[in-house]
Design a binder for this molecule. Structure first.
Ligand code: AMP
Length: 113
């Protein structure tokens, strides 16, 4: 499997602006923020996209969502936020390593990423 830029950030080869990390996942600030708060929640496991998430990843999927909730709270997004998972070519995914965008800090009215 090709190592993506996210794997290289997770492995410390490329700098990332980490806001959270644990054994299963990391969260970094997006390098091109589309909103005042724009964070990527990325599993350490290099699943190419949501489509490759499998039954064996059920617990990981839950951990990713709970991390989103905790990070959103820590970032002060109590008034709401958006979670986006671009998937595959038609979904506009550019980095083939599953990631969840957290977007917030303003009223979101249209597609951001
Ligand atoms: P997607 O289009 O859903 O695959 O999102 C990929 C995201 O990764 C985009 O929002 C990029 O701005 C972001 N990105 C690409 N390279 C980096 C990087 N080195 N550090 C942080 N975010 C990045």
């Amino acid at each position: 499997m090709t190592r993506t830029i996210f794997t290289r950030i997770i492995d410390g080869e490329i700098p990332g602006d980490f806001v959270y990390q644990d054994d299963d996942l990391v969260a970094i600030r997006d390098i091109q923020p589309a909103a005042p708060v724009h964070i990527l929640v990325i599993p350490r496991k290099p699943l190419p996209s949501l489509q490759e998430l499998d039954a064996e990843d059920l617990e990981l999927a839950g951990r990713l969502l709970l991390a989103v909730k905790r990070i959103a709270a820590a970032e002060g997004l109590g008034n709401g936020y958006r979670v986006v998972i671009n998937t595959g070519e038609d979904g506009g995914q550019t980095v083939p390593h599953l990631h969840l965008h957290i977007l917030g800090g303003q009223k979101l009215t249209e597609r951001m990423v």
